[in-house]
Design a protein around this ligand. Structure first.
Ligand SMILES: Cc1ncc(COP(=O)(O)O)c(C=O)c1O
Length: 335
């Protein structure tokens, strides 16, 4: 039982079958029909003109930021967002693009006023503010349509383009019960990961206007991301979009069930009210985390790292029975 992340899922038998049967071609020539079908499908689903299949979420965000920005430009981004904290500073390292972090609330949102205040004046001393990066979900927290619209409008008022890191966008879609295209209507470009809750072995899709995707395609080549008969993997993505979106509701129910159970344990601080999708954050007394992790690991249960706070993520390979078994193990450990 592995709760470290929703990236640990293994492809289902049906997904593997779809991969085996995929029609393929050389995608560097644009000849892979399965890749083309996935790109079109994702673009349509998200209400944008075109799509680009890429290896990872990090590569997707890198292609996006570099297609939006030139050297000397600046990205405004939440200080807790993946693009700022967890992508090796790719836009800065490879693109000469500066990142200006904006304070992110527990809800995952940035304040419109903070966005406005972070935009630099047209002054030779300053980098040129060019792009606003949003994220949804943020550590499992859903950003509502109104929220996204407000943040995007704050950037647009200063002429910024808006990119959304939607690594777990479909968790937000299922939670809100709103069509994906409506949620991302206010943003220009979206990166969607297929290998998180959607359960494929690899791959993300970047969507946006046709000319933007053409530039992103060149950058994908630049970073060595042009792949050949990659329809084998794209087939998993099509299968996931067809079969694995609605079932995310099970992961959300399991996360809530886990949080409600663990709230009964005195040594654990957890707020079930904050569990919106598939992530539960528990806080333990000083020095207790390593002991709990080791105890559970010895029983084949893996938890995420962290000195006091541990993230537990539900996904395709975690059942309701697993949640009950895990809760029981934790009750016994602290009994
Ligand atoms: C919010 C967010 N964006 C982007 C990524 C990057 O995805 P990848 O690991 O496929 O590069 C992750 C990975 O966990 C993520 O959580």
């Amino acid at each position: 039982m592995d709760l470290r992340s929703d990236t640990v899922t293994k492809p289902t038998a049906a997904m593997r079958q779809a991969m085996v049967e995929a029609e393929v071609g050389d995608d560097v020539y644009g000849d892979d029909p399965t890749v083309n079908a996935l790109q079109d499908k994702a673009a349509k689903l998200l209400g944008k003109e075109a799509g680009l299949f890429v290896a990872t979420g990090t590569q997707s965000n890198l292609c996006a930021t570099l297609a939006h920005c030139q050297r000397g430009d600046e990205i405004l981004v939440g200080d807790k967002y993946h693009i700022f904290r967890d992508e090796a500073g790719g836009a800065a390292v490879l693109g000469g693009v500066m990142m200006a972090p904006i304070s992110t609330a527990t809800s995952g949102a940035m304040l419109a006023d903070d966005i406005a205040a972070a935009v630099k004046p047209d002054d030779a001393h300053c980098a040129m503010s060019r792009l606003l990066c949003l994220e949804n979900t943020v550590a499992g927290q859903v950003q509502s349509v109104a929220n996204i619209d407000e943040m995007a409008a704050a950037g647009r008022a200063y002429g910024l383009a808006v990119h959304l890191d939607g690594a777990r966008l479909m968790n937000a879609v299922v939670k809100l019960g709103i069509p994906p295209a409506e949620i991302v209507d206010a943003v220009d470009t979206v990166s969607l990961c297929l290998s998180k809750g959607l359960g494929t072995p690899a791959g993300s899709v970047l969507v946006g206007p046709t000319d933007f995707i053409r530039r992103a395609h060149r950058i994908r080549k630049l970073v060595g991301g042009g792949m050949r008969q990659i329809g084998i993997v794209a087939a998993a993505g099509i299968h996931a979009l067809d079969h694995h979106i609605n079932r995310l509701a099970d992961d959300h129910a399991n996360a809530l069930r886990l949080a409600e159970r663990l709230a009964q344990v005195k040594a654990i601080h957890v707020e079930p009210d904050l569990v919106e999708t598939n992530m539960v954050f528990i806080t333990l007394p000083d020095g207790a985390a390593d002991g709990l992790r080791a105890h559970l690991a010895a029983r084949g249960i893996l938890l995420g790292g962290g000195a006091r706070q541990i993230r537990l993520v539900t996904h395709l390979d975690i059942t309701r029975d697993d949640i009950d078994l895990l809760s029981e193990e934790i009750f016994q450990y602290f009994a």
